[in-house]
Design a protein around this ligand. Structure first.
Ligand code: SAH
Length: 330
C-alpha cells in the first residue's frame, strides 16, 4: 500500500466515500505524497512524456506564435513542468518577463534551472494585471474533475470508497442535477475558475494558448475519461495513489464557453504545428545536425502524425474580439 493510500483510507473511514475530484486532488497535490509534489514525473525515470520534452521544435513553434500574436508581452505559463517549453520559446522570442504558475516545489526547482529569471506564483490571480500571453500545455487535464453518470435512478456522482477493504469506485445517491448532456458529464470547478480568469485577462489584451489531450463535441468519448499512467503504460486509477499520473480529457467545446465574447480559434496539434512551419524547421535542423536526422524525423512524426499526438491533442487560441486570425489556425 502506498503511504497516500493509507491517508485516503483513513479519510474514507472517517467521512465516507470521496468524489473523484477529491481523490485526484490528493493523488496529485497532497503536500507530502502527491504525485507532482514529490518528484519530477517527466524525467528520465518518469512516467510520461509531453510535447516540449519530445523536441525543442514544439517550443520553437510556440515561440513563433508568441512573436506574431503577442510581441514583447510578458509570458505566463500554467503548470510549466520542467520549464523546457518556456526555455525553447525564449530562444525564439528573446528575453521576456516570465511568470510561472506552479504548485510543486520539485518542479519549481527544475523550472528555475532552465528559466532562471522566472517569477513564481501559486495561482494565476496573483500575477500582476497586465496584457500577457498565457500558455497552458497539458495543464487542464491535471486539475481535479468530478464525474457524473446517468442511471435508471437519475444522475449520480462517481465516488471512491472502500468495499471489502479495497479502494473501489461507486456511485452516490441520486442527485437533482441537470447537466447539459444525457449520458455522462465531467466538471472541474478549478478548470472553470482558471478559464474564467484567463478570459478576464485576455479581455484586457494579449492572448491565450491552451493545448491538451482532449476532444471536441463531435468526437465525445463514450464514457468518463479519468486515466492513470505509470512508467509510460496505462494503470488502474486506484492502484497506486500518489505514484501514478492521473488525468482526464478536457472537452474543448465546453472549455471554449468560458471565452464567450472573445475570439476563439480551434485546431488540432498536428495541423497547428504544420501551419507554423515545423516541417521546414525539422529540415533545417537535420541539415545542420546530420547525425540527428533520424531522431528529428521521429520527433516530427510523434508531434504531428494523426496516429500519434497530431489529432488527439487539441489547440485552443483565445484573442481579444476583432483580432486577425492568429497564425496556426485556419
Ligand atoms: N506543461 C508541462 C507539464 C505538464 S504536467 C509539459 O507540457 O511538459 C502538469 C503541470 O501542472 C505540472 O507542472 C504540475 O506540477 C502542474 N500543476 C498541477 N496542478 C496544478 C495547480 N493546481 N496549480 C498549478 N500548477 C499545477
Amino acid at each position: 500500500m502506498t503511504p497516500l493510500e493509507a491517508v485516503i483510507r483513513a479519510r474514507i473511514a472517517q467521512a465516507g466515500p470521496m468524489s473523484v475530484a477529491e481523490y485526484m486532488a490528493l493523488c496529485l497535490g497532497h503536500p507530502q505524497h502527491g504525485y507532482y509534489m514529490r518528484q519530477d514525473p517527466l524525467g528520465a525515470a518518469g512516467d510520461f512524456t509531453t510535447a516540449p520534452e519530445i523536441s525543442q521544435m514544439f517550443g520553437e513553434m510556440i515561440g513563433i506564435w508568441a512573436r506574431a500574436v503577442a510581441p514583447g508581452l510578458p509570458l505566463i505559463e500554467l503548470g510549466p513542468g520542467r520549464g523546457t517549453l518556456m526555455a525553447d520559446i525564449l530562444r525564439v522570442t528573446g528575453p521576456r518577463q516570465v511568470w510561472f504558475v506552479e504548485t510543486s516545489p520539485t518542479l519549481r526547482a527544475e523550472q528555475a534551472s532552465r528559466v532562471p529569471d522566472a517569477q513564481f506564483v501559486e495561482t494565476l490571480a496573483e500575477v500582476s494585471e497586465t496584457p500577457a500571453l498565457i500558455l497552458a500545455n497539458e495543464f487542464f487535464d491535471a486539475l481535479p474533475v468530478r464525474q457524473y453518470l446517468q442511471t435508471p435512478e437519475g444522475w449520480r456522482e462517481r465516488q471512491v470508497g472502500l468495499v471489502a477493504d479495497q479502494l473501489t469506485f461507486g456511485l452516490s445517491a441520486p442527485l437533482p442535477l441537470t447537466p447539459p448532456r444525457t449520458d455522462w458529464w465531467e466538471q472541474s470547478a478549478l478548470a472553470e475558475g482558471v478559464a474564467a480568469e484567463i478570459a478576464r485577462r485576455v479581455a484586457m489584451g494579449g492572448a491565450a494558448l491552451i493545448i491538451d489531450y482532449g476532444y471536441r463535441a463531435a468526437d465525445r468519448p463514450k464514457g468518463p475519461t479519468l486515466q492513470a499512467l505509470r512508467r509510460h503504460a496505462p494503470a488502474g486509477p486506484l492502484a497506486a495513489p500518489g505514484e501514478a499520473d492521473l488525468t482526464w480529457l478536457p472537452d474543448f467545446d465546453a472549455l471554449a464557453e468560458a471565452f464567450t465574447g472573445l475570439d476563439i480559434h480551434h485546431a488540432e496539434q498536428g495541423a497547428f504545428l504544420a501551419r507554423l512551419g515545423i516541417g521546414m524547421r525539422a529540415e533545417a535542423l537535420a541539415k545542420a545536425r546530420p547525425t540527428e536526422a533520424a531522431s528529428l524525423a521521429d520527433a516530427l512524426e510523434r508531434l504531428t502524425a494523426p496516429a500519434q499526438m497530431g489529432t488527439l491533442f487539441k489547440v485552443l487560441g483565445v484573442t481579444p474580439p476583432g483580432t486577425a486570425i492568429p497564425p496556426g489556425f485556419s
